[in-house]
Ligand binder design. Structure first.
Ligand SMILES: Cc1cc2nc3c(=O)[nH]c(=O)nc-3n(C[C@H](O)[C@H](O)[C@H](O)COP(=O)(O)O)c2cc1C
Ligand code: SF4
Length: 479
């Protein structure tokens, strides 16, 4: 993972925890209305992919165990991982694109409501993503994957050469020579692995996204409601399809790219289709970026503008993340796919303890405050959720006191200790296992391995009934 060059080491120390009386009287542990849903507290576990579904997206016993464990800590809202709305193979990530997934997801809803005694509201994040391939072995790329065209023949001044000769010649070139012969897309396919973009409008399936996605999201949301979730979070963040439509880098010329008004058209169309499908008695909100943190991408002014548009359209909550783009991702090893959390924007999404003078805690707060203020200035009261390095009570309470956001999300801290919420509320904050922000968990995610936390995944491994990773070396949920 990329890290700031300053390499300053930060420690997540919490100097003070509240008594149970102070916690009970706090803003953080007061209720909040999210459209039709009342969350008991302003605490939130945002979506985290744990790589525990079956290879084709069904709920498994370890998925139930993972979410029940979070639910036992009783956060106000728990958001289930990014769950696919289209029939795209994506490894062990949950899917909700077909009725065959309903029964498993019903079990998940039941398990969470039971484990939290009905106190935690359960949302599901629904996502669409475009195709991405692994970085190819150069030999195979030149022998098979690269489509040889007249452009190559001309560039090589081999107008009548056989395809095989062109391939052999290209395979012998060094990087600098290849840069003169291959297009930017071909070079990217060689160096990073081929990746579809929303701007590839020459591909029919990409050109048609404005027609296909509203219904895909709407039917997924309809299923989520049928299953018993309390709401859906539309994934409009990071490196995925809708975020790419919102991005200032979206130059589509079909009315869905270019200006902000055009870039927000599909996200709004998706939202309206979802709202029509689920009605007003089901919470619908979006997670989007307070800043894309890439050159030429959206900044906080764009985010404020989009947040206001989403609020005006009637969304029930706005959850703000940051960065996490493919545009500046590091080159993957041969045989691996690019991962959008490896570059500077990825760092902004999940900042690590090795940081710069600003540090890893609360990097999204200033932008969130700006977005929230713009939404309020336009007359909308929709709650705003912020995440990023939150681990302490005072820190979370301060987010609310300073009107930075209305709900505070803790991702890695909840993974390190899912009981953060009950411990703090009962005056036992000193017993919290504090996240070290090493990103061991995120490295597992990058390798598509079952996500665990280094602070607990070796504890009491010999105890009976403990669910373990495939190699038996790690426990799968917090002790
Ligand atoms: C293992 C892991 C998986 C994640 N998966 C998702 C996801 O499915 N959807 C999403 O919007 N964010 C995802 N995130 C980002 C988190 O929700 C959160 O925005 C980020 O970790 C910053 O918050 P934190 O500092 O409290 O961890 C993931 C983070 C981690 C560590
Ligand atoms: S592995 Fe645990 S301690 Fe390290 S960043 Fe992840 S949640 Fe925090």
């Amino acid at each position: 993972m990329w890290r700031p060059k300053e390499r300053i080491k930060w420690k997540a120390d919490v100097a003070r925890w509240p008594s149970s009386a102070e916690a009970a009287a706090s803003r953080l542990f007061s209720p909040i209305q999210l459209g039709p849903v009342t969350a008991q507290h302003r605490t939130w576990v945002p979506a985290m992919v744990p790589w525990r579904a079956t290879g084709v997206g069904f709920v498994t016993p370890v998925v139930l165990d993972w979410y029940s464990r979070f639910a036992r800590g009783k956060p106000g809202v728990l958001v289930v991982e990014a769950t696919g709305v289209r029939d795209v193979p994506s490894g062990p990530l949950l899917r909700i694109n077909d009725d065959r997934f309903i029964s498993g997801l019903k079990g998940l809803v039941r398990a969470v409501h039971e484990a939290s005694d009905g106190e935690t509201k359960l949302f599901i994040q629904i996502i669409d993503f475009l195709g991405i391939r692994r970085r190819p072995d150069p030999e195979k790329f030149f022998a098979r994957f690269l489509k040889i065209t007249d452009r190559h023949r001309q560039a090589l001044e081999m107008p009548d050469a056989l395809e095989g000769d062109i391939r052999t010649r290209l395979a012998a070139f060094d990087d600098a020579a290849l840069a003169n012969v291959l297009t930017a897309e071909e070079l990217e396919a060689l160096r990073y692995g081929y990746r579809e973009r929303v701007t590839d409008a020459h591909l029919p399936q990409i050109a048609d996204l404005p027609k296909t996605l509203p219904e895909a999201f709407a039917s997924a949301a309809r299923r989520a409601k049928e299953v018993g979730f309390d709401g859906v979070e539309l994934h409009y963040a990071h490196a995925y399809t809708i975020a790419s439509f919102l991005s200032a880098t979206n130059t589509r010329s079909d009315g869905y790219g270019g200006t902000r008004e055009n870039r927000v058209r599909l996200p709004l169309k998706v939202y309206r289709a979802v709202r029509d499908a689920v009605g007003s008695d089901f919470a619908v909100g979006a997670r989007f970026l307070a800043d894309e943190c890439i050159s030429g991408g959206n900044d906080v002014d764009d985010a404020a503008w989009f947040g206001t548009a989403f609020a005006a359209a009637g969304m029930d909550f706005l959850s703000l993340s940051r960065g996490g783009k493919f545009d500046d991702a590091l080159q993957p090893a041969v045989g691996w796919a690019a991962y959008p959390y490896t570059g500077p924007s990825g760092y902004e999404c999940m900042p690590q303890y090795i940081s710069d003078a600003q540090g890893p805690f609360g990097r999204n707060f200033a932008a969130a405050k700006t977005v929230r203020a713009a939404v309020r200035a336009s007359g909308f009261e929709v709650p705003v959720i912020v995440s990023g390095g939150v681990h302490g009570f005072d820190q979370a309470e301060n987010v609310l006191a300073t009107e930075t956001a209305d709900v505070v999300a803790l991702a890695r801290q909840s993974l390190a200790d899912p009981d953060w919420f009950t411990k703090v509320l009962s005056g036992a904050g000193a017993a919290v296992r504090i996240c070290e922000y090493t990103n061991y968990c995120e490295a597992l995610d990058q390798k598509h391995k079952q996500v665990t936390c280094k602070l607990w995944d070796r504890i009491d491994l010999e105890e009976p009934d403990i669910l373990k990773s495939a190699d038996g070396k790690r426990r799968l949920s917090a002790p």
